[in-house]
Design a protein around this ligand. Structure first.
Ligand code: MSP
Length: 650
């Protein structure tokens, strides 16, 4: 069985998890799930980076020991991941005793080989980055990352002969064009290797300055540089070095693997780590996959700006799967992306509520109405049916290809061409008209074609939205079976997956529309205060002023038939209807009559509709008309007439 190993950076425990950490970890989870779907033995690894100055400083500020501090925050990370739907197979901490021992073996191996030497060094040390900068690297004398003045430190330290591997690494990157991807980061890494001789890497810190680290096996007065310790996690987490030659161990099974990082840590991953592996005589990772930064409303996230996004709160607020979908769809992998509540609400309402959710809701409720929720048989197929299935098959193949290339946004967009085509097919085939004309065979074929194509989408979306995928598959009568290559191949190559006659869900409410809350809405320019308008007499009290006949003629009143009725997902008092007004497609009408009627009692009823009111949003759903009612003693009755849908009232 082919294996697949994907890692996230191990996160510093000096800050709580935020949107950026969540993004990398969710992407790693979707990749692991995707490779499981491809039938591979897929493993995903994350963890925490717990040594170094930064952590000691944070612990001191919190008034606790470094150990107590790292235990606390590390568990916040560990406990967060399952709540974001992440199934990591391992969680490594750099304070784990096995990791510490393994790092010492690695250090000793390089030392014995002569690749680590002792020397004097003076440099500009940035405590934030925990590294020395050369004069050249500083920007106006400041650290380019933190914009703070580094401290000039001169001391004796151990150095890793990174320069020795400079040419070999450069050649390797040239020979393996996608070793570091996307390409812009490969070019950046090459530029680092081509700008003169690479400096050797200072891999120790004297204990006189820092004790919170892994002791060097060959000098107890020093601890390891935090990056040397941290990078090794990718193999120590697999049980290296004890199982270096054990065919059945995790190291031989999963290494070399795939790394996922953001652009901030390109240098350690693109330069330090591969040269360390070369020195240790170990294979290099397969790919370094580098993504951009999430900005918040186009600004860098930072504690001081107070704009740090808590991923758990966002997932709870918008829905976990909606949040995961947004992250994968919105960021073009490799480039920066902008996060804001408006962006997520717009994206989720358009793609999930309107396109995908609405498709499931309308098709399942039509199937309930016309076929008592049983999967109808496929009759003679027309060209339109074939075109739809072909569109879905192409979309599915493109999705798989693009996702494998880490082009998540494009992959989802490809899948959505199928979803949009299905909604269009509903509008064009107009099942309600087929029902009216009694063409049950054609009606069944249309609904069955839709259900089969919907199943493919439900299956393929699993890596991104695992819970919704499971719900959708269950709604179609296919509780998710084991994910295997066979199942994916079936989905990609066959068109029939459902069982004729099986009773399936009669309704679906997957992704309720999201409302913009006051604090999420962009600030509106203040309106000038107007003098209050004279109050109109309330409608219910007393007769209204006479109107001209021409005013009355402006009303477009028509008879409609209620095709579907359900509770509004976001409001107790409202019902949502699909009403046939004899037009090309039914209208969605939202009406405040939930207190008086059960939605299921209204399906099939004839009603009078004001058809020429401008569309209006009611708690997130657009209402394209108004159903007329008569009020009496707290009761309510629907106006009706025995005439076909679309008849106008004069
Ligand atoms: N401890 C090191 C990594 C060692 S790996 C051997 C570290 N930790 S970190 O906590 O600072 O995490 C950096 C990583 O968090 C980034 O590479 C990225 O994966 C994620 N992100 C942090 N902020 C981010 C954004 N604003 N946007 C996207 N991801 C970012 O560096």
């Amino acid at each position: 069985m082919k294996s697949y190993y994907i890692t996230t950076p191990i996160y510093y425990v000096n800050a709580r998890p935020h949107l950026g950490h969540a993004y990398s970890t969710i992407v790693a989870d979707t990749l692991k799930r995707f490779h499981k779907m491809l039938g591979e033995d897929a493993r995903m690894q994350t963890g925490t980076d717990e040594h170094g100055d930064k952590i000691v400083k944070a612990a001191t500020a919190a008034g606790v020991t470094p150990q107590a501090f790292v235990d606390d925050i590390s568990s916040v990370f560990r406990n967060l991941w399952p709540q974001l739907g992440i199934e990591n197979d391992g969680f490594i901490r750099t304070t784990d005793p096995e990791h510490k021992k393994a790092v010492q073996v690695l250090l000793q191996r390089l030392y014995d080989k002569g690749d680590i030497y002792f020397g004097e060094y003076g440099g500009h040390y940035c405590y934030g980055c925990e590294r020395f900068y050369t004069e050249k690297e500083l920007e106006n004398g400041l650290c380019p990352q933190h914009l703070t003045k580094p401290e000039y430190i001169s001391e004796k330290n151990y150095f890793f002969k990174m320069s020795k591997y400079q040419d070999a690494l450069r050649q390797y990157i040239l020979d393996h064009p996608d070793f570091i991807r996307p390409e812009r980061y490969r070019n950046e890494a090459l530029a680092m290797l081509e700008g003169g001789v690479l400096e050797d890497l200072c891999i120790s810190r004297p204990k006189s300055r820092l004790t919170w680290g892994i002791e060097l096996p060959f000098d107890k007065d020093y601890v390891s540089y935090v990056w040397f310790d941290a990078l090794a996690n990718y193999i120590t987490a697999l049980g290296w070095p004890d199982n270096e030659n054990d065919e059945s161990g995790n190291y031989r099974k999963y290494w070399p693997g795939e790394h996922l990082v953001a652009k901030d840590i390109l240098k350690p991953h693109g330069i330090f780590w591969p040269t360390m592996l070369m020195a240790a005589g170990l294979p290099l990772y397969k790919h370094l996959n580098v993504h951009g930064y999430w900005l918040v409303k186009d600004t860098k996230m930072s504690k001081s700006l107070g704009n740090v996004v808590d991923p758990l709160k966002a997932a709870e607020h918008f829905g976990l799967d909606a949040f995961r979908y947004f992250l994968l769809r919105e960021m073009n992998f490799g480039s920066d992306a902008s996060y804001s509540p408006e962006a997520i609400i717009t994206r989720v309402n358009a793609d999930l509520a309107n396109d995908l959710g609405n498709l499931f809701s309308r098709v399942l409720s039509m199937n309930a109405k016309y076929f008592e929720s049983k999967v109808p048989a496929l009759g003679n197929q027309l060209e339109a049916d074939d075109i739809l299935s072909e569109t879905t098959d192409n979309a599915a193949a493109n999705f798989v290809q693009l996702f494998g290339e880490l082009r998540f946004s494009q992959a989802l967009d490809a899948l959505w061409t199928a979803i949009r085509a299905m909604n269009k097919y509903v509008d064009e085939q107009a099942p309600w008209t087929l029902a009216k004309s009694g063409d049950t065979e054609r009606l069944g074929t249309v609904i069955r074609t839709l259900l089969e194509n919907m199943y493919k989408v439900a299956y393929l979306i699993w890596p991104i939205m695992p819970a919704s995928s499971a719900t959708m598959q269950a709604q179609l009568g296919r509780p998710q079976g084991p994910l295997s290559e066979a199942a994916l191949n079936d989905v990609l190559h066959y068109r029939m997956h459902l069982r004729t006659g099986l009773e399936i869900a009669s309704s679906s409410n997957l992704f309720p529309r999201l409302e913009m809350e006051k604090e999420e809405a962009p600030a509106k320019p203040k309106k000038e205060k107007k003098a209050p308008a004279p109050k109109a007499a309330p409608a219910e009290t007393g007769p209204k002023a006479p109107i001209e006949f021409t005013d009355f003629q402006k009303l477009d009143l028509r008879i409609g038939t209620i095709l579907a009725a359900e509770q509004h997902p976001n409001a107790d008092k409202l019902l949502r209807f699909d009403v046939d007004l004899g037009e090309e497609k039914p209208r969605q009408i939202v009406s405040g009559i939930a207190a008086h009627f059960k939605p299921e009692d209204l399906v099939g009823r004839k009603v009078v509709v004001v058809a020429n009111l401008p569309p209006r949003k009611l708690r997130g759903l657009e209402s394209q008309g108004m159903i007329l009612t008569a009020e009496f003693d707290g009761g309510l009755s629907l106006l009706t007439a025995d005439a076909p849908s679309g008849s106008s009232i004069a």
